[in-house]
Design a protein around this ligand. Structure first.
Ligand SMILES: Cc1ncc(COP(=O)(O)O)c(C=O)c1O
Length: 278
């Protein structure tokens, strides 16, 4: 028997009534860009992660690209700087680095967790290294306590790619709140998924948050004044409205996925299939 991996219709049908209601409300409001739902979602998601700021953007790739571009604009990174990144990450992480003419340095994962290995990261650090881009793969948070101290010791930026691990934590501190800036994807299949492409960044750094917001809005914070060479990458009102509903149930959704994982781990008898039981 083939078991479907993820049935999005079923996932979203749990919230159908509330989704339809809010979609109708957005259609009837006449406000589709940068309005109340975006502002409220940004506050609610920042609270969820425990950060001061959240800025909605078009998708997870843009979230990563704009964080790195903002650091270039703020003078913290420059073209050619090396960024350490897991070799087994999704291609978006690497593309965000090359898109900014920075240099990805691929580091192999820890074989027990398939997340970035702190020992191998230390070996890969050179005089040109300026940031560690840790990716929390397969819902599992990377070893952030170690990366935090490595980054502090070597004076590196620590950036998180949280696209696959909303809500994962170490001692109650969630993804999105470890690095100097973090990127999230709300692609429909993610644990917090929109009904289309969407993403955001979280940070405690106000300058970084402002720079990302401006870069994603054509480089403009004031109409017809463009201070950066920006792009159009904003979180749509319709996605923010749906995400606000799904955020209320995120902890339940995470627990549901954990219980499915527990069933797989219990029922699949194969030496190659291993994982951590929650
Ligand atoms: C680790 C990782 N980073 C970044 C992304 C990019 O997100 P998006 O598809 O929203 O651009 C993904 C998405 O699939 C991902 O898995």
């Amino acid at each position: 028997m083939q078991i479907p991996f993820l049935n999005l219709k079923e996932v979203n049908s749990q919230y159908r009534k509330e989704l339809i209601q809010v979609l109708t409300e957005v259609v009837d409001s006449g406000w589709y860009i940068k309005s109340n739902h975006v502002e409220s979602f940004e506050k609610e998601f920042a609270d969820y992660c425990g950060t001061k700021h959240c800025v909605g953007v078009g998708n997870g790739l843009d979230a990563l690209i704009l964080i790195l571009r903002a650091y270039i604009e703020l003078g913290k990174l420059k073209q050619g700087d090396e960024i350490i990144v897991p070799a087994n990450t999704y291609i978006a992480t690497i593309l965000s680095i090359t898109e900014n003419e920075l240099k990805p340095v691929l580091v192999e994962p820890d074989e027990g967790t398939y997340n970035l290995s702190p020992d191998l990261v230390c070996k890969a650090i050179s005089s040109r290294t300026k940031a560690i881009l840790a990716v929390h793969l397969y819902g599992r948070i990377a070893d952030m306590t170690k990366f935090e101290s490595i980054a502090a010791e070597k004076d590196l930026l620590l950036i998180e790619d949280c696209a696959q691990a909303h809500g994962a934590s170490i001692n109650g501190k969630k993804t999105g709140n470890w690095g100097s800036a973090s990127a999230f994807s709300f692609y429909p299949g993610k644990v917090l998924g929109a009904l289309g492409d969407a993403g955001c960044i979280t940070t405690n750094n106000e300058d970084l948050a402002n720079a990302v917001r401006i870069l994603g809005n054509y480089g403009s914070s004031e109409k017809y004044k463009n201070i950066y060479k920006g792009v159009n990458s904003r979180l749509d009102e319709i996605h923010a409205a749906c995400l606000r509903i799904k955020l209320k149930y995120l902890e339940e959704e995470i627990e549901l996925r954990r219980s499915v994982a527990r069933t797989y781990l219990k029922e699949i008898i194969n030496k190659k299939v291993k994982g951590t039981r929650h």
